[in-house]
Design a protein. Structure first.
Length: 277
């Protein structure tokens, strides 16, 4: 039986994110009380700022808002030199790996914890928007959880928005969730098992129901607007003898590019119509 997702002990979650074996995890869990006793007697120094040293570049300083006991950080510059891979190592041996970090366009980067995963949050110098890079690794639940889709979303073969599409989850669907990464859930349906982005999934069943109702209301508004626009275009065409043309077409995608959405079309007579796709 699936259970609603609940909080997971951070020590175990961190171990799973590192890809530890079952036996290693068991040993880690058994020795947890001894580790706690040792921690009580020896305070761990927390670096307030983690400095990334990049050859021939200015160093990048990341504020340790999460107060993780990081003792060192290594950097690998990718071939195009605009992105880096970062590995941070904590005093307890835990590794936090971050791929595709855009170090040259990051403003005020911070290391934060969100659930079981660490993130580098920053403001993009190119767009001015808040962005984040999540640590690598996958957490597998002891028991499947039941979550709910608040938008149409793809199931992909990898936790990557460019990976192969295996299926589509519909808005309002209840989903069996087997685990998670920093950015995706591991989901299982009758047709596929793969990864889907977290932003389209909620623990709140009522939120999914409300999303379905909102979609139905929006589609009804689109149908009414289309009928009104068609009537206005017909009237304008009769008055002017034709000549009404499309001047603008704006596309609005659903979550994660699942292939659904609508166009907002503006005509030369000022009327607006909507077309689903």
């Amino acid at each position: 039986m699936m259970k609603k997702r609940t909080g997971i002990a951070m020590g175990i979650a961190a171990a799973l994110c590192m890809g530890m074996t079952a036996s290693a995890l068991a040993a880690e869990t058994e020795g947890m009380s001894e580790a706690v006793t040792a921690a009580e007697t020896q305070a761990v120094e927390v670096l307030e700022t983690i400095t990334l040293t990049i050859e021939d570049k200015d160093p990048v300083e990341i504020k340790n808002t999460a107060e993780l006991p990081i003792r060192s950080a290594s950097v690998e510059v990718q071939e195009d030199e605009t992105l880096i891979n970062v590995v941070m190592i904590a005093d307890d041996g835990q590794q936090y790996e971050f791929l595709d970090v855009p170090y040259e366009t990051m403003s005020e980067p911070e290391l934060v914890m969100d659930g079981a995963f660490a993130f580098i949050n920053y403001t993009s110098l190119s767009s001015g928007k808040e962005r984040r890079v999540g640590q690598t690794g996958e957490l597998t639940y002891k028991e499947p959880a039941e979550l709910f889709a608040v938008d149409d979303v793809y199931i992909r073969s990898e936790p990557d928005d460019e990976a192969e599409i295996l299926g589509v989850i519909k808005r309002g669907d209840a989903i069996e969730v087997l685990g998670e990464t920093a950015t995706h859930y591991v989901v299982k349906t009758d047709d596929a098992t793969g990864y889907t982005v977290r932003r389209c999934i909620s623990e709140d069943e009522q939120a999914a129901i409300a999303a379905v109702q909102a979609e139905e209301a929006a589609r009804e508004q689109i149908r009414q607007a289309q009928a009104a626009a068609a009537a206005a275009q017909a009237a304008a065409s009769q008055q002017s003898g034709g000549g009404v043309t499309e001047v603008k077409r704006q596309k609005f995608d659903d979550c994660d590019g699942s292939g659904h959405g609508y166009y907002e079309i503006t005509y030369s007579d000022g009327s607006v119509a909507y077309e689903e796709y």
